[in-house]
Design a protein around this ligand. Structure first.
Ligand SMILES: *[C@@H]1O[C@H](CO)[C@@H](O)[C@H](O)[C@H]1NC(C)=O
Ligand SMILES: *[C@@H]1O[C@H](CO)[C@@H](O)[C@H](O)[C@H]1NC(C)=O
Length: 481
């Protein structure tokens, strides 16, 4: 458009002075040009949208499958699943929660799911049979998974009617067993390459006196483990990662075939984590946050060293001195709880919250802070906070900047050291509650489009269908949206 208008401006206005009829002609001409160029722009935009819409074999997708919109299918699957534990009672964390949400969702969609696991409380429990979901407990004396026993049960069921596909949560099915299973997929919740990354940060911080020094041999012992891991990963046929960055590492460093590496992001139960400012306000009152507070930050989880609390403690003690109206809410328990409460009236240590209080907690915040020093996997708390319409502040690990805080619309990132964290906190304070609220709404929209349990389950469903029958690897499939 810029190109078009510059063509007609100076010379044409000069001509219009001499011939009175000319302006009208020019006007018509200009509007025709404008109209034409608008059409051109429209066509260009729709061409761009077409290009953005993936079309082809899903196994070639280099982005999370969650981005796509899968429709219903009539094909039903029969799946065998190995999971180190199965949650009993208390709110499950990380990998367990992923397994619980995913298999319940797949069973609800009519697939037959047989899980081989042990109860998370390590006590004896009966097997679970709920509709299409079957959980078999196969524990050894210590309460951990007895793989031989689990495989025995699995084989018995397989003889009755063969499984379509086998899925293992990390190494729940060890590689020397997986090697013998041709139709196996593994979901990696954390890889050694990421653990090396976090060990490096812990080491750097320990030299800066924020952390006590760890064992001196820790780093030396880490490298051989990485080599070992790279060697055994190829025993698994298909690999699913929970962040874009791990997908890249598995292809570029672990040298697995691109076609066998897929990204499916974790989703959380988005009916539990919802935007509700009224609940947030009540939570603030209940916990004595003064109405005069200029900004409320929050952190949640176990209050231990590896979750980055030494960093946040140092940084926030500086912030509290500079900004008396900024409040930090600390949910959770652990050794750092006591330390935080020594920081005075700017910090409120809430202790461990009930699972249903967590959503209220997120809603009470202007920004959710996660200073973790462990870059493995994708922290679910960040996703939960985003669902509640809150921007997030987290370290700039590849899994976070590549998948969650992909740009400044969703929050703030920092390098894992006190100076950088302090700067990021200062930036949030400068931006203020209004802008944070705007970013929070962008987070909510983004989380709804990527990180819901339903999106995750649909992506896994399609993955297993594609593994069973390559027709389903085509996208869009006629029933897709
Ligand atoms: C695991 O199960 C196998 C097969 O049932 C059994 O022989 C073995 O003793 C069990 N191992 C442990 C450590 O419980
Ligand atoms: C941030 O990333 C999202 C998702 O990729 C994109 O839609 C949005 O336009 C980006 N915003 C900025 C300011 O770059």
């Amino acid at each position: 458009m810029r190109h078009q208008t510059s063509k007609i401006s100076p010379s044409s206005s000069f001509l219009s002075i001499r011939y009175s009829a000319v302006p009208i002609v020019i006007l018509i001409f200009t509007s025709l040009l404008l109209f034409a160029s608008l059409r051109l722009l429209q066509e260009e935009l729709s061409f761009q949208a077409e290009k953005d819409r993936f079309n082809g074999d899903l196994r070639d997708a280099k982005f999370p499958w969650n981005k796509l919109c899968f429709g219903p299918t009539y094909e039903k699957l029969r799946l065998a699943v190995f999971s180190k534990t199965w949650p009993i009672g208390a709110e499950p964390g990380g990998m367990e929660r992923h397994a619980f949400i995913l298999y319940h969702a797949l069973a609800a969609r009519g697939h037959e799911v047989h899980v081989f696991s042990v109860p998370s409380d390590r006590k004896p429990h009966r097997d679970i049979h709920e509709g299409n979901l079957h959980v078999y407990f196969a524990a050894n004396d210590h309460g951990s998974l007895n793989t031989s026993l689990a495989l025995e049960i699995c084989n018995k069921i397989n003889i009755l009617k063969a499984f379509d596909y086998v899925h293992t949560e990390s190494v729940s099915l060890p590689y020397w067993r997986a090697k013998l299973v041709p139709n196996v997929a593994v979901t990696w919740h954390g890889i050694w390459y990421e653990i090396m990354h976090s060990k490096l940060f812990l080491k750097l911080l320990s030299n800066r006196k924020v952390l006590p020094p760890g064992s001196p041999s820790e780093l030396q012992e880490a490298m051989p483990r990485l080599v070992e891991e790279i060697r055994f990963f190829s025993n698994y046929k298909q690999h699913i990662c929970i962040s874009n960055s791990v997908g890249e590492v598995l292809v570029n460093v672990y040298q697995l075939p691109q076609r066998n590496v897929h990204v499916i992001l974790n989703g959380v139960d988005d009916t539990k984590f919802v935007y509700d400012p009224e609940l947030g306000l009540q939570f603030r009152r209940k916990h004595g946050v003064p109405d005069s507070a200029s900004l409320v930050m929050g952190v949640a989880g176990r209050l231990v060293r590896d979750k980055g609390h030494p960093l946040l403690y140092e940084a926030f003690s500086l912030i509290a001195k500079r900004h008396s109206g900024v409040i930090l809410l600390v949910a959770g328990s652990g050794p750092w709880g006591q330390r935080y409460s020594e920081l005075g009236s700017n910090v409120k240590v809430l202790g461990t919250l009930e699972p249903q209080e967590l959503s209220e907690f997120y809603n009470a915040l202007d920004v959710f802070v996660n200073p973790t020093l462990r870059p493995q996997g994708l922290d679910l708390t960040l996703i939960e906070a985003m669902h509640c319409g809150k921007p997030v502040l987290a370290p700039n690990y590849p899994s976070i900047v590549g998948t969650l805080i992909v740009n400044e619309s969703y929050g703030y990132t920092f390098s894992p050291n006190v100076e950088s964290l302090t700067q990021a906190l200062e930036e949030t304070i400068r931006d203020g509650p209004k802008l944070l609220q705007k970013k929070g709404m962008a987070c909510k929209e983004y989380a709804n489009s990527m990180f819901t349990a339903a999106k995750m389950a649909l992506a896994y469903e399609r993955f297993f269908l594609c593994m069973k029958d390559t027709r389903y690897c085509q996208y869009p499939f006629p029933s897709d949206c």
